[in-house]
Design a protein around this ligand. Structure first.
Ligand SMILES: [Zn+2]
Length: 280
């Protein structure tokens, strides 16, 4: 699933391509679960609400993409497993997984935007700005990794007694981190994924926060990790996967000590770690 660096890359790609554009037409062939419109729109369709709206700005909150539109409305997108936004020549043959197609004014030079999703867990949700932040998926989000101070970070981890790996994946605890960057951060900070959040020293937590920030920034610089089918708005994959030290490295030598990285299911997700460097 795309995580903070991949979603940030998509947001930057959208700002470079569709910000300022006015939507002239929207075609959808998504299953009803993929597209949601807020109560304030009554019976109006997704396509009719979006027609003639201008894209003002695109921003990220956690793994969520917020496309701010004229008329005080926001298109809230979540890529989930395989969702992608692709900006391409409108003459490109439409694929059966192109679930929504957004056409723009002439300034876009024959290019348009598609929401493409093979597994169809992705979501496009349209809300008035008044309704938007009341939605549970946004209202309950934890702090952004880049915004949280060291004191707040320590307080957050001290506030609960749970295994750190599932805590890092919980978007209500901290937003944006998923399996890849949780495994990488814990590996660099040398913290066992089962360690309880309130049993970690201040020194270790300080290191962890630095590693999370450093790794996420480096991954953004490399346009994210393409370990499955992730690609940016330009269709190009990310390149951070070549820097991964723990995630997906089961059986390979730990970069710190040479021991074999192990994979273990923790909290129903697989965790990759070095049993020698990351002791419980
Ligand atoms: Zn090691």
């Amino acid at each position: 699933m795309p995580e903070l660096p991949e979603v940030e890359t998509v947001v930057r790609g959208l700002n470079q391509t569709v910000a300022g554009r006015t939507i002239t037409r929207v075609r959808t062939k998504a299953p009803r679960t993929s597209i949601v419109t807020g109560k304030s729109f009554g019976n109006k369709s997704f396509s009719s609400i979006l027609k003639d709206k201008t894209i003002l700005n695109i921003r990220r909150r956690g793994k969520n993409i917020l496309i701010e539109l004229s008329g005080d409305i926001t298109l809230w997108a979540h890529l989930k497993m395989t969702g992608r936004f692709l900006y391409l020549d409108s003459k490109t043959p439409v694929d059966k997984h192109d679930l929504a197609i957004f056409d723009f004014d002439k300034k876009s030079g024959g290019y348009h935007l598609r929401f493409h999703d093979v597994r169809r867990f992705g979501r496009l949700r349209l809300f008035s700005n008044d309704e938007l932040w009341q939605q549970p998926g946004l209202a309950s989000l934890g702090p952004e990794p880049f915004d949280i101070s060291i004191d707040e970070f320590i307080r957050l981890f001290r506030s609960s007694s749970r295994m750190i790996k599932p805590a890092l994946l919980d978007q209500r605890f901290i937003a944006g981190i998923g399996n890849i960057y949780a495994d990488e951060s814990l590996h660099f900070a040398k913290i066992h994924p089962r360690k309880l959040t309130n049993r970690i020293s201040k020194k270790k937590l300080t290191e962890l926060r630095l590693h999370i920030n450093r790794i996420l920034r480096k991954a953004i610089k490399h346009m994210g990790s393409s370990v499955d089918n992730y690609a940016g708005v330009n269709g190009k994959p990310g390149t951070y996967q070549k820097y991964l030290q723990a995630y997906g490295n089961e059986g390979k030598a730990c970069s710190h000590c040479g021991s074999k990285i192990v994979r273990e299911v923790i909290g129903s997700r697989s965790a990759h770690y070095c049993p020698r460097c990351q002791r419980l």
